[in-house]
Design a protein around this ligand. Sequence first.
Ligand code: SF4
Length: 533
Amino acid sequence: MTILQDEKLLFTPAIPHSDAIRTIFAFPNQYSVGITSLGYQIVWATLALRSDIQVSRLFTDFQESLPRYPELVGFSFSWELDYVNILSLLESLEIPCHSHQRQDRQAIIFGGGPVLTANPEPFAAFFDVILLGDGENLIADFINAYQEVRNADRPTKLRHLSQVPGVYVPSLYTVNYDSPEGEITAILPIDNNVPAFVSKQTYRSNTLSASTVVTKQAAWENIYMVEVVRSCPEMCRFCLASYLTLPFRTASLESLIPAIEKGLKVTDRLGLLGASVSQHPEFETLLDYLFQPKFEGVRLSIASVRTNTVTEKLARILSQRDTKSITIAVESGSDRLREIINKKLANDEIIQAAINAKAGGLKGIKLYGMVGIPGEETEDIAATVEMLIALKKAASGLRISFGCSTFVPKSHTPFQWFGVNKMAEKRLKYLEKQLGKQGIEFRPESYNWSVIQALLSRGDRRLTSLLELTRGYGDSLGSYKRAFKELKGQIPPLDYYVHQQWRLEQVLPWSHLHGSLSSNVLVKHLEDSQTKR
Ligand code: SF4
């Protein structure tokens, strides 16, 4: 009960009418994690604002009073390994995990969120309906279409829903392979009445989203989140956060400022969200607004700033608004490599950002980079070490940490055809040793985790049985390898999904799902990057 008492709602839910659609909207993780997801908050509020929906929330450790026979059960899917929790929650609701096993009287299971919009195929069997893209209009279109067929049988419902732009019904498509372990040869709708392609939906407006609930039980206690920008115009060749969500959209100050004031009436903690917050064209004005004395006690967090926008002024505002350090993504210390990935940033600018951070009173700077970037040579890794040494010297006294992941190919990006570089693990070790000698804190992301991410990122429907086996074994790479061994001959090997370079002509698992840019444009961007090598 205390969870509900701690919630401060920033909207007024509608009173459901007696015949409202009984709906469960779940986040497949703990309450504290789910309620910190702005996407989850928005979709929940969208449903709760409708009097034709009676929505109850479900998390792995908390649930509202649930209807005995729900008609719709939705999942906001933000983290790949949460598929395990989706299956457990379905079981707890006594709903079969596979779409094809569900009966007429059982709920339609729908899902959305970043994991499914990027590549739903490994999880396709678990969902009746997948919503691709921004939820703002899509949710309403989906619910309205459902209302039209609410009393029909399941096949009729699914066929009708498949006509809504952005609504993907996986069971209405067949995937052909050249052999059980081979490539996909075609992905086809089961007949002419099903659309051949489904396009991700894009919300276009200069009003973006803001928290609908604030609670001290959130992972970021009492945070009120405001989305300042959506997508990122930089288009680094590997970046899902940019390519999948294009075009770049910005919230107008006319919409942002009232939204911020509304939130700061109930809390003093403000988060500015977006893949590239400081790219907002009026970012400086926004900072001036937040620097007013009336906001003195406000704790401010900024999700992401572009390195060359770290000015002394920004650092000062952040340090006076209770932020101790700043995080910047530099990817590499090699100018050559950054050209390959289209990161428009020079080493001098990175060093200047650190100098500015220190001058503005921040105590630390966290840099993020990557190894295994396509085209990377050992000299590029050495260049990263050199750059960090130079940075430490230029901003002495500033706490420096370097977080480093391994390149993972992501769908709908120009680097989707590349595999994970097997040298990456060795390169992480090299960085650890060299940076350790210099007293620079090094925080590598697990190479094994990157391998699992790549598997799910480029996976197809054949991974369903693998995921079910792994579920019982735990989420370590060893568990996945064990499952691959058991399924040998029935599905392609791990290497096929994770490390192999795929041909440009290959049918990709998501070829029937269209992102923001066409495959031809992605190939063009890939070719541009090759000219920088
Ligand atoms: S600047 Fe960051 S968010 Fe923008 S495209 Fe590059 S990596 Fe992605």
